[in-house]
Write a protein that binds this ligand. Sequence first.
Ligand code: FAD
Length: 306
Amino acid sequence: MAKKKQDYEIFEITLVKKQQLSPSFMRLTFGADEVKYLQAYAPDQWVKLIFPKIAGEGVRVPDGVTPYDYYRSLPEEIRPDIRNYTIRYLRPEANEVDVDFVLHGAEGPASAWAIEAEIGAKIFIMAQCEFPDHRAEDLPEIGSFVWSPPTGAQEILLMADETALPAAIGILEQLSALEKPPKVTAYFEVPYEEDCLPTPIWSDLNLQYLPRNVGAWAVGAQLIAAAHLVAIPEIVENAEKQVNDEIPEDEIVWQRADAADDSKFYAWIAGETSAMRTIRLTLTKQRGLNKQLLNFMGYWRKDELH
Ligand SMILES: Cc1cc2nc3c(=O)[nH]c(=O)nc-3n(C[C@H](O)[C@H](O)[C@H](O)COP(=O)(O)OP(=O)(O)OC[C@H]3O[C@@H](n4cnc5c(N)ncnc54)[C@H](O)[C@@H]3O)c2cc1C
């Protein structure tokens, strides 16, 4: 069988449906013929959405230049805004992809677009694709996803704020479909009580939604508190504590687990960057969890203007 070309492609997508899921979540469905080539290798598969400043301008990348080099070279007036989003559902047979946007106001171009856009509006997507015509040298070394639990994982810790909730619920959906879903402890922080979106449930799932409006909590504060309290499973209790392992303030927090296939424990933790930095220190330095079992992803930065 011929190998398939796997690559990152940029193509235009059209908004075909908007669905308000809760006060903070809007599901946007996009369509395009090329969507059938999109790949979601894992529930946290992400894409880059490209919001042109002038419709259709500055998005077609010339041959021989990486998209980043090309975009960086453009004058600011026409340089598109580019943001990461998770593939929530992919329906290749219908050429449709769903993305759940957090509506956090009009100050961010992506959030503003999601609020304002009307059916028929167009943006661009840069995403991992598989095409029938192949060139083996095009195979990417690593995909745009992190979730890759060891086959032997018996206990899983999930922590997510609202930006990581689409991926985290996708992970629960995947686990719930297993013949014997593992034991999962999950903490999901959301802006409002009404944002506690439905998830699959099973007897070994201990899920706590942490709405910030109940008690006027700051962003990340309840996830940080949960990191101090979460029961460390006996199977990893004796991991060595790690010291001198802080991520400097100006560095992104993006740490992939490197768990052995027979590891019993695995964690996927994503949300606001400074909260992720604190939770990482809490779980490794103070609680003694082996960092090789933990994924930490800073999905956004509070008060950062691009
Ligand atoms: C791998 C990955 C997957 C992601 N998946 C999703 C997803 O499926 N859905 C989703 O909504 N987000 C997702 N995000 C997060 C999203 O990329 C960021 O929130 C992004 O900053 C939003 O862009 P913006 O243009 O709206 O705001 P920006 O221009 O980036 O920021 C403008 C201002 O808004 C603030 N801000 C940004 N995001 C938020 C927020 N969520 N709440 C409150 N204030 C905010 C910033 O601090 C800044 O002050 C993902 C991020 C990563 C890295």
